[in-house]
Every structure is written in C-alpha cells, then in structure tokens.
Design a protein around this ligand. Sequence first.
Ligand SMILES: Cc1cc2nc3c(=O)[nH]c(=O)nc-3n(C[C@H](O)[C@H](O)[C@H](O)COP(=O)(O)OP(=O)(O)OC[C@H]3O[C@@H](n4cnc5c(N)ncnc54)[C@H](O)[C@@H]3O)c2cc1C
Length: 482
Amino acid sequence: MKFDYDLIILGSGPAGFSAAMQSTKFNKKVLLVEADEKHLGGAWINAGTVPSKALREAAAIIYKHSQSFGDTEGKKAFQRFKMKDLLRYKSKVVDYENSEVKRNLIKNEVDTARGYGRIIDENTVEIDSHTGKKKRYTSKFILLSTGSRSEPPAKFTVDHKIVKDNTSLTEMTHIPRRLVIIGSGVNAVEYATIFAALGTKVSMLNLQKEILPFLDDEIRDEFFTALKKHRIVISDNVVIESVDLNRLRNCTEVRFKTKDDDRLQVIETEQVIHFGRRMPNTKDIGLENVGITTDSRGYINVDKHYRTSVPSIFAAGDITGQPGLASASFTQGRVASCNMHGESEMELAGFNPYGIYTIPEISSIGLTEKEAEGLGKDITIGRAFFKELTKSSVSNNELGLLKLVIDTSTQKLLGVHIIGEFACDLIHIGQSVLVNDLEVSYFIDNILNYPTFSEAYRVAAFNGINRINKAGVKYRKTTESA
Ligand SMILES: Cc1cc2nc3c(=O)[nH]c(=O)nc-3n(C[C@H](O)[C@H](O)[C@H](O)COP(=O)(O)OP(=O)(O)OC[C@H]3O[C@@H](n4cnc5c(N)ncnc54)[C@H](O)[C@@H]3O)c2cc1C
C-alpha cells in the first residue's frame, strides 16, 4: 500500500523533533503536525525547559553578582534589575532556539502542518487546521508525542494575573516582593530559588509529605541549607482552602491547613504560582479509534521500543509518563524512530541522570546511599565538599557537595550525587565512569585540570578509597588506641 508519508508525528516537542530528525537520516518522508499556531518546539522551547532555564541563568548571574560584590551604589543587585531585563534575556534565548528548530526542520526537509492532529485509523491522521479546514493524510507509521500539561487546581482559578502557571509566569511584569509557590516538584523548587535569588520573599506550600523525596539524604540536607540561605519558607503536607483577593489589605490571601494540623493558616502575598501535577495530552487525539491502551492516569502504554498496543503507532516523551524530561524525550523519540524504520532493536540505555536547575543545581545518577544499602551492597561513601576546592573559593561558590557511592570490594562506582554550581554538567563525568563500569581510581589516576569543579571527583575518590584502605592519620590514631 502506498502512503502519503513514512511517518506522521503529532507534536513538535523534543520527542517529535528528534524522531523527525532521526527519520530523515533514514531518508524517510516525514510530516510534523503541531497544534500551536505560533511556535514549534512544544513545552521544551516555549513554556518549560528553555524559558525556565534562561530565567534561571539571568537570576543566577544577578545573584552571583550580589553575593560576590555586595551592594553597588547603595542598591542590591536585584534592585538594579527589573523583570523586563530578565524577560529580554529570556526572549532572546527563546527566539534563537525557535529559529534553530525551524532551521533544522527546513534543512532536513521535514514537512510541517499547523493544526490539531487526531488518529483516524492505524495509518491515517486528520488535521484540524486553525482556519477550520480538515485534511487527512496516510502514513506507514504514526508517532504520538503530544506532551503533557499541568493539572488545574481544584479550589482556585489560575487567572494568569495574580495566580500564574508555568506558562504565564514567563511573562510576569515585575519581580514580586512576596510570592507563594503551590507545589513542590522539580519545576516548583527551581522557580522558588530563582525568585528568592532575585530578592523575592518566597513561601512554598508543598502538598506532599516531603520535597524531592528521591534525592540522596545528604544532598537533600545540603539543599535545605541552600533554601535557608535563600530564606525560603516551606510548609509540608498542605491542603489549600482558598486563594482570594483581599481588597481592603490590597493583597492576595492563600488559606491553607496541613494534614497534621487543622488550624487555618493564612499567607498574604502579591503573587501566586501554581505547579500542578503533570497530565498527558491524550484527550481527543483518537486513541479510542484504534484501541491504544493507557494506564490509570491516561499515560500511553509502550514497550521498550516505544511501540504502543497498535503496531504502526509509536509514542514517546511526556505522553508515556516518567521521567517527564526533555532530556529523556529526545532519546525516546530517536529510539522510536530507529525501531519503526527497522534499523535496530534499540532500547534506552540504563543509568538515566536527572538535573534540577535550582540555585545551586542538583544532579544525580545511579544508586543513592540508601538504595545501595537496601540492595544489601557493601558500600563506601566518598565525599568532596565544594569548600575544599580552589575553584570554589576563586569563584565564590562554596556551597556544594559531590558524593560517590562506591562498591567497597570492587571499588567500582554505583552512584554520583551532586549539589553545587554546574552539578548538571559535572554529573556526566560520573556517568562515563558508571556506564563503563570503571573503578573510582579513574578520578585519581588521570590528571584533571586545576582549578576546576571536576576536581571534586578526585577529592571524593581519595576520600572513599582512603576510607576503604583505612589510610591516613585518622585511622592510625583509631588503630593505636585500640
Ligand atoms: C517549567 C518547566 C521546566 C522544565 N525544565 C526542564 C529541564 O530543565 N530539563 C528537562 O529535561 N526537562 C524539563 N522540563 C520538561 C520538558 O519540558 C518536557 O519533558 C518535554 O518538553 C516533553 O517533551 P514532549 O516532546 O513529550 O512534549 P512537549 O514538549 O510538551 O511538546 C508537545 C507538543 O505537542 C503539541 N500537541 C499537543 N496535542 C497535539 C495534537 N493533537 N496535534 C498536534 N500537536 C499537538 C503541543 O502543542 C506541544 O507543542 C520542564 C518542564 C516545565 C513545565
């Protein structure tokens, strides 16, 4: 049977974009369908990853300046900048990234169509264009990569003026003096530190028991030190009662209780940002027309090749559930493309890192100390506090910890956990050692540039190996006194 395309992709985020790019390398004819009238690139470029990271970078520069040089002309660094300066910085980045996506699609001869895509049958997609026209195309394969969105709050409304979400906050008109963040996921904590770095007094209302429960315990302790330094106040186990304007006091009141305490508490604030749970964009894309199965929360079930329950239809990115990251979505889209075009039986590699772009950053790969112990492994920990590094003192970045989880008998690396400047980049050094199943002596036997943050690996490896070999004064004294 002859089809219009080899592949039709619904959604131009990282999963759809990378699948399109990979498919053109197999000389396949691709149509990329995007529902957004203005932009390609999805949440990745227009509402999530890129704008939040650009704002984070701008805030971190301002914060660093204020930490390093103090007040200039009687003003703190953040008082010398306005929201419009940060938005200008962000817009420049977003515009550039948007143009890069377009340039790559044109260069690789990917056809694009604007409109809402829906599956009609195993090989047909209908596009509802913004002008009201409907058009159908056939394809050998279909990739669903329509992403996710934030679940709306139950007790109040996101009006995008006083109460914002992750999209509308990127167009905030001023830096608020007081801000309440409702939610406690990665995006919520990132924005909490971004605004705190700009001088905003931030209160976080965490609807869960703990913040970032998946972090290694010591890294979380360091993170709480950073939050304290930012003067961010956190309430856990919160149940929101209402968010209302108090005209008399000219402020917004957030009323809440906690699951452990029935007293009503009130925070007066200028601005609220709501970060809801992520939900898959699976509604009305025609899953029922072909019988694609989903889990209880609506995420599409896929196998390790990203194939759905229908052989000609694949799905990748947030629409398939965890981890809900652009980083993973890029690879998932590529793996799906490789498998549908029959070039290989590809799967995602193990050891996925995660990066949290708080100020300071957090990143991790492999087993935490607790997980390794839970698996009954005999482990030794190697630590490097950033204050031990010359790079930290010359760059005025002393808060930080790099922690290695080492298998005691083989001295192989089991996990790396970092909080501190450039943690999200530094993690990939550990990733190489972990993936290649090397011993931590790698960090000692090879010369590392000096001064660098990478040296934290050397310091932590020495710390761990010395502990294993009971080498040094600390252990001699223990042995002598025994
Ligand atoms: C505030 C925030 C910060 C983030 N920061 C990071 C980060 O630092 N690092 C990281 O790795 N990840 C980050 N993420 C997560 C990342 O943005 C997502 O994991 C990623 O964008 C998901 O990619 P995707 O391809 O699945 O879908 P998306 O990027 O969501 O794109 C889906 C696209 O599909 C389109 N679409 C929807 N329905 C249809 C339809 N029926 N027909 C056609 N098109 C349709 C949508 O308009 C959208 O453009 C962040 C997310 C948020 C919200």
